[in-house]
Design a protein around this ligand. Sequence first.
Ligand SMILES: NC(=O)c1ccc[n+]([C@@H]2O[C@H](COP(=O)([O-])OP(=O)(O)OC[C@H]3O[C@@H](n4cnc5c(N)ncnc54)[C@H](O)[C@@H]3O)[C@@H](O)[C@H]2O)c1
Length: 314
Amino acid sequence: MADTYLVTGGAGFIGSHVANRLLDQGAEVVVADNMLTGDPENVPAGSKFVYIDLANESQYYRLDTCRPKAVLHLAGQSSGEISHESPINDLDINTKATILLAQWAARRECKRFLYTSTVSVYGDGVGGAAMSEQDPPRPKSFYACSKLASENYLKVFGGACGMDATTFRLFNAYGPGQNMDNMKQGMVSIYLAYFLNREKLEVKGSLERYRDFIYVSDIVDLLVACINDARSFGKIFNVGSGCRTRVRELVDIIKAATGKSDFPVVEIAGTPGDAFGSCADIGYVNEILGWTPKISVEEGIRKMVSFYAPGLLH
Ligand SMILES: NC(=O)c1ccc[n+]([C@@H]2O[C@H](COP(=O)([O-])OP(=O)(O)OC[C@H]3O[C@@H](n4cnc5c(N)ncnc54)[C@H](O)[C@@H]3O)[C@@H](O)[C@H]2O)c1
């Protein structure tokens, strides 16, 4: 019989890619989502969909028939900007939901729990160096606080319930399926949406800021490979490309891929809690698991343009 996996946030960007990959491998997949930012069209055909607010304990009976071999917890709210509009709401979605889900998994004797955290836990990092899992967390946004709290809760679930949790600190993820209507989350999707739908690009913050962009299939490769890999149990891994890309360079790559070399770009005020720069040190994940990303940012952006606006691709 095929193994069953619970993928939370499977109606969202990364979760739907994870769910699709597991289905391709012949697994049974249960997708749990409340459509906060998800899209019913993202829910993979062949999965079983459960509508549930994971932050609401009274709704967990909806997962009564689900007995997963592992939980892949990708549901969350991932906008720093939104976390500053309502820190309590962000705490509920990102931390309370993780605690309730981990308790649910423990009750069902499901010991394997994979969690997607964020680069934001590093804040501005240390002196511009690539961010390493050994660095002390320095959250600057409420979002980073709630994700870091979840990481810590999962560590304690490890000790208290024997849970084998793995945390993946994702850097800037992008790729087909990213929500192009959400103008508060996802640098690549936001900028590309400007290029496709508006007259000029408004960059919140300096063009000199830099980020580490990681293509979605590289993330999925790592998460799925880790499910049964005991070397990853109890660990925290950076998931980035290891490359620094300035916002200015990203804009130039999008200009080249869309052929809109003269597209106007203006800098406007930044968002609270936004880090100036972030880049992953991926030495540890490479050493322990042998993972390296395959897709360069130029290639990834071209894939995205060809997905959303094939007629524009240059
Ligand atoms: N996209 C990135 O660049 C990035 C970077 C770092 C970390 N992450 C983390 O990766 C995970 C997936 O991100 P994404 O980009 O796919 O986001 P997304 O917004 O596309 O997907 C998140 C999904 O979670 C669902 N959801 C939110 N709250 C829920 C709740 N209370 N109950 C049930 N479902 C709920 C949403 O409806 C959505 O379908 C998130 O936890 C996010 O914090 C993403």
